[in-house]
Design a protein around this ligand. Structure first.
Ligand code: TXA
Ligand code: MG
Length: 353
């Protein structure tokens, strides 16, 4: 357990010996009620034993997480669903068969014995099986469900590398298991199966199109804001934000480039360092000196762009951007999840066409 002054331990997993030690220590700490950050294919999670309310409370403390934002439960196999959920509908098993292990979270009826700290008083729980091999092995070893939000300070971009977790939480948690870069790089899709049709509460690593194809029907997509009724409370908070104000430009690439040029000229006169978050097709950076540029990848490959988003947001902060201009893309496939995060990070969305 993390007593005051106890440093956070960092476990590398490069050699087989290191990997073994990391999993062994990680599992032991979780069983003792500690907090362990571990890699998943989406983002790093900050894990605690699901049936240890004290450990769950610590998650909220160290992250500065609002008390009404429930946690996702991670399990090793579908048969464990019934340890935390009840009245599991057939659709859940169908989706599990298609997409687990993987970046899909299902919201189901909660079993009464699951601590209320997990669900923040809701009658439901959110569950997924991660596919990252270290996460799976860790879950197998402790043989218990692990509750884990993203391992960042609340409001900061989610961590896609162990270093990001260290920057936000060193000295506050017991251990970090370093599994390298997260391959998906954006959080899981959260699908609520308690209404018909099911509701996509958070777009993520499994696309709306994939879910609809599997279920053979349309699903509803919610755009939650502070004013809407919070069935997925997490979505009402400002999220994923860099320190600098971010302006998201939406429209055709040509119109976005034109508007970016105008804005950069204004910013130049104000002695502020601008950062650009854009696709590799965007050429605006060529016309300005001293602009910090983070290219996410090609507009043709939104999945690749999504994987680098959080690291690029953190990089722009580190490099000293005073203001960030971000290029929007089409809200299809992984583009829907990418745009969802950019809109939540944005101070303002500017439509240019
Ligand atoms: O990819 C992920 O899902 C990552 C990794 C670590 O698994 N976890 C993650 O957790 O993103 P977090 O805490 O950052 O986001 C959890 C989301 C929030 O939007 C929360 O409101 C929603 O899941 N959620 C949790 N329980 C819920 C419930 N019972 N009903 C509706 N939404 C729920
Ligand atoms: Mg989060």
């Amino acid at each position: 357990m993390n007593l005051p002054g106890t440093p956070t331990r960092w476990y590398s997993t490069i050699t087989p010996l290191e990997r073994e030690r990391a999993l062994d220590k990680g599992a032991r700490l979780l069983l003792e009620g500690g907090l362990v950050a571990f890699p998943t294919e989406t983002v790093y999670g900050l894990g605690a034993h699901t049936f240890n309310p004290q450990a769950l409370k610590k998650i909220f403390q160290v992250k500065g997480r609002p008390p009404d934002n429930p946690l996702i439960i991670h399990v090793a196999r579908s048969s464990e669903l019934i340890r935390v959920a009840e009245k599991v509908p057939p659709e859940a098993y169908l989706l599990a068969e298609y997409f687990w292990p993987g970046p899909l979270t299902l919201v189901l009826q909660k079993r009464k014995d699951v601590p209320t700290e997990v669900s923040c008083g809701l009658p439901t729980v959110a569950i997924r099986i991660p596919s990252q091999p270290l996460a799976r092995e860790l879950l197998h070893r402790i043989n218990a469900p692990v509750s884990a939000p993203s391992a960042n300070l609340s409001g900061r971009p989610s961590p896609t590398r162990a270093e990001h977790v260290w920057d936000d939480l060193a000295g506050k948690i017991d251990a970090i298991i370093d599994g390298g870069d997260a391959s998906v790089g954006l959080e899981s899709s959260v699908l609520d199966l308690n209404s018909s049709p099911p509701v996509l509460l958070r777009p993520g690593g499994i696309t709306r199109e994939q879910l609809e194809e599997c279920l053979g029907k349309k699903i509803t997509v919610t755009e939650q804001s502070a004013s809407s009724s919070p069935s997925s409370p997490g979505m009402k908070y400002r999220h994923y934000s860099p320190q600098a104000p971010l302006y998201l430009l939406v429209g055709t690439l040509e119109k976005i480039e034109q508007k970016m040029k105008e804005l950069l000229m204004e910013i130049e006169n104000r002695n502020i360092t601008a950062g650009l978050l854009c696709s590799q097709e965007n050429k605006v950076g060529l016309y300005f000196d001293g602009v910090l540029i983070e290219k996410l990848g090609s507009r043709e490959d939104p999945g690749y762009m999504a994987a680098s988003l959080y690291n690029s947001l953190r990089r722009l902060d580190e490099r000293g951007a005073g203001i960030i201009l971000a290029e929007g893309i089409e809200e299809r496939g992984m583009g829907l999840a990418l745009m969802n995060r950019l809109k939540k990070a944005a101070t303002e969305v500017i439509r240019v066409s």
